[in-house]
Structures are given as structure tokens and as C-alpha cells.
Ligand binder design. Sequence first.
Ligand code: FDA
Length: 582
Amino acid sequence: MSTVVETDVLIVGSGPAGASAALALSTYGVPNLVVTRYAGLADTPRAHITNQRTMEVLRDLGVEQEVVAQATPQHLMGNTTFCTSLAGEELGRVRSWGNDPLVQAEHELASPTRMCDMPQHLMEPVLVDAAIARGTRLRFETEYLSHTQDADGVTATVRDRLRGDTYEIRAKYLIGADGGRSKVAADAGLPMGGQMGVAGSVNIVFEADLTRYTAHRPSTLYWVLAPGATVGGIGAGLVRCVRPWNEWLIVWGYDVTAGAPDLTTAYAESVVRKLVGDDDIPVTIKSSSAWTVNEMYAERYASGRVFCAGDAVHRHPPSNGLGSNTSIQDAYNLAWKLKLVLDGTAHPRLLDSYTAERAPIGRQIVTRANQSIRETAPVFEALDGLSPQTPEQLWANIAARKDATEAAEKQRAQLREAIAFKVYEFNAHGVDLNQRYPAESSAAIVPDGTPDPGFARDPELHHQPSSRPGARLPHAWITSGSRTLSTLDTVGRGRFTLLTGIGGEDWVRAAEAQDIEIATVVIGPGQEYEDPYGDWARLREITDSGALLVRPDGFVAFRHASAAPDAGELLADTLRRILGHA
Ligand code: FDA
């Protein structure tokens, strides 16, 4: 065995975390190599909900349009339905994923992008193709076995699964994006909190034309309250649309203490028939697989030169659709930091901010996703359906809601309320967008000394833009000549950006005088960018002559309310701190 391959960043895994890390690094010009265990990319739909923050990342990385072209659009995602089967009785709906008119307005105000449904087997090729086109080298059928690290780099041992031999790859940094059973995270000794195997689930991918049951209430998710639906799983039986309206994925639970069922075609068909409720419709089973609901998160995402991202460090059920989104956002947070450390601009200390910023988010989304499962129970409770003795009893309890009695009226109200409460899973715009990186924990954020006003509305449901250091730059539509663009379009592309307005000349001069490239954006009448709607002025929380320094990942690193005669010094100090030189 000898060292045959060298690279700057070795990435283990080609899922959403690994593929987007490769794409971002190649976009920034950092040599990287991906090794992945299997012969191809994801062959089943898996994660699919793609939120606005992720779409903004993909926009910056130049693949937003490819995703939009292939994804199911937002307006077909929005009638999350609860029913006894697709052909059976409907119990209620939630307007979801930004399709409630009021929430839709919040989506439009929050971002230049739209949420969409992009199944993982379609997303991964978009990310990987673009990464390879920009320089990523990818080795399929290559399994990570172990690693050692020293002061200068990491040596990983991998097995070529085609030839059967092992060899070493030498890299300056290693990213473990090897999913929920991450060997990299285990080998790096990353401490994990929580529990694996909380409940058992089966995924069944199938083809069937279900137009007659779904097209009139277009949705990504149809939840089925049928006998057995409270055993294991993710709160109820789920029929998930993969492609409208003929490709589907069912999630059905099993008792984890009894072990996974035998996944025969006959078993899969029986589950499909139960949840669809139509024995005549032609069904083709494509695949079945068993998995467990996990509630785990790493306290630390890195050890020396080894960094983990995605399910390797946060493992949770698909509720709220956070899996692939959080994985992509982890990678985006890490990639620019690696780039600046590798090219000598930043001290390796900058990389400490990766755990400081992302680990609290991982913990939050693991908790949220598991809580969402528990919040489905009240829907069953409203129907006395949590532990009926027999299927007949469950159907009788469900039918009782139609009676003209006081008890039934109470039951109807309780059911409406329980279903409406599911907005915390299906319309949680704040969970998607309100992520902040507090300056108290991250040295890559410089506090501006103003008190944090907190969130005025429920932070899980409503997005609240802010230009506070640690928040993501607010989106506002601005113009440049005849072009309309988002403020977010002025930042990113791997570099820092300074935003100011009329009277901010000192800031612009200061930015231009720094050793590091800082793009400058001046917004105001007669400037390169104008704010014709006044949206930016309402959102920016600084005066015309103030400044925001925005990191390559679009998060505000530094804010100053007005002009500063010592702008050059302030900016230099700020950069020293952010880049780990202070
Ligand atoms: P991911 O698991 O996607 O990728 C890991 C990568 O590492 C893979 O390319 C794998 O081959 C590779 N790898 C692993 N070990 C390796 C080794 N030793 N050497 C080399 N390569 C190695 N989420 C959701 O929101 N809705 C859903 O319905 C589902 N359904 C679903 C079904 C199944 C079967 C799975 C496995 C997962 C889901 N998920 C899901 C979860 C979702 O897929 C998950 O959150 C993201 O894929 C996480 O992305 P990562 O890139 O972190 O890991």
C-alpha cells in the first residue's frame, strides 16, 4: 500500500453534504476529491423538501435554475392532507410549505428564491455534475476505512471496491459527509448526544397513477390514519409524492423492538394497498428499505483537521424536511472557511467557528424534527385513535365525528385544532430561516454592542429579518440600471462584501485598502445600486452612511450604524478577528 493520491480536501460521501461541499470548494477554486462507497449516487428519493435558505445557497453556487427545472414547484406542495387512506375519508388539511396566503407573502418577502420539492436522487446529480465540471475529482466504489492526522494533514486509508485493494489519500483537510452511520465521525471521536433507533420505519418506493386522489388537493405529503399507523414510524402512515402524480414513497412504521419486517414485494404491496385504499389501481413496487428514527446530534463537529457535516453529525427523522437542507447549509458554512485557511488568508482558528455556529443548529433541528413526530399524536387523540383495541373500533371512533351530538362537535373542534397545530412541521418558516450565529460563541461574528431585541413573533413560524451581526443579510429587491436583483445577489461567490450607502465613502475606501478582496456595494439614488421601493432602507437597521460587512456565506459579520472616520482601522480590526489573526 502506498500514497497514490494527494488533494487539499478529501470529502467522504457524495450525499447532499459531501456533494455541496465539493461544489462550493470547486467553485472557490479549492482542489478536492470525493470518495463514495457505492457505484452511483442516491438511487431512491430520500430527502426532498428544499427550503428557501438552501435555494439561496444553490443560487450563489450557480445551480438554482437546474434545481427549479427539475423540482416539483411550491404551488403543488401545499395541501398536506390527513385521511383514512387516499381513497378514503379526508379528516382535514394544512396549507403548508408557504402556500397559506399570509405565509406565502412572508416567503416572498424573505428571499429571492422559492421553496420546492427536489427529491435527493435528482438533487445529487445536479450538485455532483456541477462540482465535477468545476474541478472536483470523484471516485465511486471507494470506501473510507480509517484515517490518521498529523500537524500538516490527514492520511485516509480507502478501499477500491472494484479491485479490492486499499490505498492512502493524503489531504490537508478531511470532511466526513458519510451520513448517519458516519465512520469518520466515530473515528474522529466526535461526542454524540441523544439516541439512535427511537422507532422503526419502512420506505416503499412505487409507481401508480394516483391523479384521481391527489390532483384536486396537490401536496407533497398525504398522512394516513389507519390501523397500525401509530406503531413506530414518524407519527402516522405517509404517502409522499415523488413526481406528481405517478411516483410515490410510502413511510410506514414497525415495532423497532420486534425488528424490521421481511421486505417482500407482497408486504410492500399490502402496505401500499392499505394507505392508497384502492385495490384495483395498478401499482409497481420499485424498492423497499428499513430505517430507524434517530434523535442524535454531535456536540462538536471537528477534531483537528477532520470536519463532519450533514447526517454524520445530526440524525433525525424527515419531519419538517430538514435533513438535506441542514446538510447543504453545513457544507456552505465550512467551505469558505477552508478556502481562506488553505490560501493563507485566515488562521486555522477560523475553522473553530464551524462547530460554534453549526452545532447549535444541528441540535435545534434534531429536537424540532422529533418534536414534530410527537405533535401528530393529538390528531389521533382527537379521534380516540391512539390505542384502539380493533380496526373496527378505530373506524367507529373516526366515524363518530360526523354525529350531530355535542360530543362530536367537540371532537370536530379538537381535530381541527390538532391538524392546524401541525403548521410547526409543515409551515415553520422561522425554523427554516431564523438561524443566527451568536457573537458570544463564534469569533467569526463581531458584536456591534446593541442589545438583541429578540423575536417579535413566534420564531419557529415566522421569519424575522435582521442585519444584526450573526444574522443572514436581509433580502430586499434593489436595482442596478434596468436590472432588478436581490441584496443577496450582491454577496457570496466566496468573497466578503461591504454594503453601505450615500456618505459611506470612508467604508468603501477602507474595504478597498484591505489585503483581502472585499466587494463593495453602494445603495442609494444615483449609485450603482438603487432602492426604488425603499425596502432596503426599511430592513437594513443602519443609516445611509453606515456599513455591513457580509461574509461569503451571506451572514453579517460586522455592522456599524453610521460613517466612521476610523473606518479603515475598524475594518482591519474586524477582519483580523474574523480571520482568526487577533
Ligand atoms: P447521506 O446519507 O445522504 O450521504 C452519505 C454518503 O456517504 C453517501 O454517498 C454514502 O454512499 C457515503 N458513505 C457512507 N459511508 C461511506 C464510507 N465508509 N466510505 C465512502 N463513502 C461512504 N430525509 C428526508 O428529509 N425525507 C425522507 O423521506 C428521507 N428518506 C430517507 C431514506 C433513506 C433510505 C435514507 C438513507 C435517508 C433518508 N432521509 C430522508 C435522510 C436524508 O437522506 C439525509 O438527511 C441526507 O441525505 C443527509 O445527507 P448527507 O450527505 O449528510 O448523508
